[in-house]
Design a protein around this ligand. Structure first.
Ligand code: GMT
Length: 396
């Protein structure tokens, strides 16, 4: 089944990608990666329960296979994992995939392992790669209801990547891992995320020349959205400003209530989920990310690519993206006063703000998709080759 490497290199790879199709960072990274690989001539097959939200345009090399788990009165929850594994077996065999890349360990890594075992019983050897994104290791993955499966399935993957050095270290500290973990940082597509002139839009949001602060997230506890509001409340007393809140999630309602209580509703706009985040970033002056934990902070990188400096916590992998005193500022988690003070400092000093804007862009360039994509391609080839050698060992 495994083709010679020269043929794969010449013809392009046939890659299966499994991810969450939602607005979450892991799904966004997986989708952008797949599109980027398809642009380079590989065939990319997305296998998931819904068309990924960022997969908006037609691409000749991109295929989407929808997974549907059959409903049956006996099932309180439709068994998605079983349906996904069955779909994967079918797609791998029919489309002759060279490799399967799953994003977010739960439940995708164990489903990939099961798929591999089924194919093995039919004489096929499928290389599988798992990319760890963050909460699949930290908040969720280390919970005792998931941990044994997460550890086992990571160890059973032929290749494992993490989106930051810090996430790799955290994985090694949390689980007994006998696999080498390759760090391949998240990336950004500058053809989409760049500063464009949206002055008309800026005038609509901030007609009196107010500064614009912005936050994007899934509004979960881990994002500490309340800190964003409290930071803004302090800032708005000193600097004429507006706050744009992008995204949706469990904390949104209570945050809207908090804005009412603080009497800042006229200054804060909740925009909900947005497809064209880059248009809002293009008119923003500062990005706020006070997260409790963040393996990387893709939202911060998207802001920096649009020349928006970041005021953040120093949690997890954020320091690998935001450089304190250069591309923005970092404070301890929960240091609302500290973050507000840094916001005011920058917003009141046009010259520094302009320098930080340029620095943010320069730092974002390090994560240009064109730099990171070849790292994935090379890693795929390395794992395909290793898997082949491994199966030859058993055949001889
Ligand atoms: O936020 C999550 O619960 C999971 C995940 C997601 O799908 O949004 O986010 C993680 O993956 C992103 C992409 O690799 C990273 O940029 C985020 O930092 C990371 N979130 C956390 O670690 C909380």
């Amino acid at each position: 089944m495994l083709k010679p490497l020269e043929i794969i290199i010449n013809q392009g790879m046939k890659i299966g990608i499994v991810c969450y199709p939602t607005f979450g960072g892991s799904g966004v990274v997986a989708t952008e990666l797949g599109i980027g690989l398809a642009d380079k001539g590989h065939d990319v097959h997305f296998i998931t329960y819904k068309r990924p939200v960022r997969l908006t345009t037609f691409h000749a090399n991109v295929f989407f296979h929808e997974v549907t788990a059959m409903e049956y009165p006996l099932f309180e929850y439709a068994p998605y994992e079983t349906a996904l594994a069955s779909k994967l077996v079918d797609v791998v065999k029919f489309e002759k995939l060279d490799i399967l890349h799953v994003h977010y360990a739960i439940p995708h890594a164990i489903v990939a392992f099961v798929t591999k075992q089924i194919l093995k019983s039919q004489g096929l050897n499928l290389p599988i790669i798992t990319t760890l994104h963050g909460t699949d290791i930290t908040l969720v993955g280390n919970d005792s209801s998931f941990a044994p499966v997460v550890e086992f399935s990571i160890n059973q993957s032929d290749g494992v990547t993490a989106v930051s050095d810090q996430l790799k270290e955290e994985t090694l500290a949390t689980f007994k891992i006998n696999k080498d973990i390759r760090v391949i940082h998240n990336f950004i597509d500058f053809s989409r995320f760049r500063k464009t002139n949206k002055d008309h839009f800026r005038k609509a949001i901030a007609p009196d020349g107010e500064k614009i602060l912005v936050h994007t997230s899934n509004f979960r506890k881990v994002k500490r959205v309340e800190d964003v509001i409290r930071i803004f409340e302090i800032v708005s007393k000193k600097v004429n400003s507006k706050l744009l809140m992008i995204g949706d999630g469990p904390e949104r309602k209570s945050m809207e209530d908090l804005c009412r209580k603080l009497n800042i509703c006229d200054e804060v706009r909740f925009l909900g989920k947005q497809e064209a985040v880059e248009e809002i970033l293009a008119i923003s002056d500062l990005f706020i990310l006070p997260s409790e934990n963040e393996s990387f902070g893709l939202a911060a990188l998207e802001a920096m690519a649009c020349e928006v400096p970041v005021i953040s916590s120093n949690a997890g992998g954020i320091p690998e993206v935001n450089i304190d005193g250069v591309t923005g500022y970092m404070c301890e988690v929960g240091d609302v006063d500290g973050m507000a003070k840094r916001c005011i400092e920058l917003l009141e000093d046009e010259i520094s703000l302009a320098v930080f804007r340029k620095n943010a862009f320069t730092q974002a360039k390090r994560f240009d998709i064109h730099e990171i994509l070849p790292q994935y391609e090379n890693y795929y080839l390395e794992i395909i080759e290793k898997t082949k050698q491994h199966s030859n060992q058993y055949l001889t």
